[in-house]
Design a protein around this ligand. Structure first.
Ligand code: C2E
Ligand code: MG
Ligand code: MG
Ligand code: MG
Length: 279
């Protein structure tokens, strides 16, 4: 009887399991290959100060230039990279490349700006992350103050002790931090106090209808006040219309990032964007 049950279970589950294991394995091996063959690249989205109109920073956003599919956005592969642990070597590559690219912008004569890099929870292992950051800064000869690490509330809360150790060490070293996608996770006030980050980023889901939806408007307003009262600068993500810009400016939001100002750009286009006189 047990044998029959076992066989039935086997019949029922085996094809499904094999398929998903195989699917994961194939993406995992393609990602591993992509890293080895240099198929990853970074695009950079500039951030604009709402008072002066000046650029205040750039965010590195990972892309996969796949030979089969062309340019692949991170939403399609980051979660598999996280599940398989590949995000650790891929993330180390991102940190190193962002530092190198930022140094090359400085050498081209672009006004010096911090580059923001996104981190996954899986990367919050103090020894390996601190080593990766220090190696990247050293190899690029970039000052730590021109690197900013973006952490979501969810990532911090999944490894609070590790995140805190990393924060203290790198903060002391001069690296900056930003709270990414703020408002979508736990939005814990105690963590904002425990991690005195310089910048909080209002998630784009609240910005989309901010000029017409009173709930979104109230949340955006609350995050701006909270950030300011904790001494942080507040930046709104996903800003794409003049109405959104007016709303945010009227409520003293410090900066914006979004299609209104610029899409994420390849390095050469970013350099042209930042140095219009040299074109
Ligand atoms: P994020 O860090 O919140 O990045 C902002 C996302 O909003 C980017 O999507 C950007 O292209 C998009 N965006 C910018 N302006 C607008 C706009 O006006 N409207 C709309 N609808 N979208 C806008 P992207 O590049 O597809 O990245 C998605 C997410 O993938 C990022 O969200 C981040 O969580 C993750 N990610 C990207 N690069 C990396 C990386 O190097 N490492 C890790 N761990 N995660 C990354
Ligand atoms: Mg981000
Ligand atoms: Mg974000
Ligand atoms: Mg996000």
């Amino acid at each position: 009887r047990a044998k029959a049950e076992g066989r039935n279970q086997c019949k029922f589950y085996a094809p499904v399991m094999n398929e998903s294991v195989q699917h994961r394995y194939s993406i995992e091996s393609r990602l591993r290959n992509a890293l080895e063959h240099g198929e990853f690249l970074l695009h950079y989205q500039p951030q604009m100060d709402l008072r002066s109109g000046a650029v205040i920073g750039i965010e590195a956003l990972l892309r996969w230039n796949s030979s089969e599919e062309g340019l692949v956005a991170p939403d399609r592969f980051i979660s598999i990279a996280e599940e398989t642990g590949l995000i650790i070597p891929i993330g180390a590559w991102v940190i190193a490349q962002a530092c190198k690219d930022n140094k090359s912008l400085q050498q081209a004569g672009v006004p010096k700006l911090p580059v923001s890099v996104n981190l996954s929870a899986r990367q919050l292992t103090p020894s390996s992350l601190i080593a990766a950051v220090e190696a990247a800064l050293h190899a690029a000869r970039l000052l730590p103050t021109f690197l900013k690490l973006e952490l979501t509330e969810t990532a911090i809360m999944s490894r609070p002790e590790e995140a805190h150790g990393i924060f203290l060490r790198l903060n002391e070293f001069g690296v900056k931090f930003a709270a990414d996608d703020f408002g979508t996770g736990y939005s814990s006030l105690s963590y904002l106090q425990r991690f005195p980050m310089g910048q909080v980023k209002i998630d784009k889901s609240f910005i989309q209808d901010v000029a017409h939806n009173s709930n979104d408007a109230a949340i955006a307003q609350a995050i701006i006040s909270l950030g300011h009262s904790l001494g942080m600068t507040v930046i709104a993500e996903g800003v794409s219309s003049p109405e959104q810009v007016e709303f945010l400016r009227a409520r003293s939001c410090d900066a914006i990032q979004g299609y209104y100002y610029s899409k994420p750009l390849p390095l050469a286009e970013l350099q042209a964007f930042l140095m219009p006189d040299c074109q």
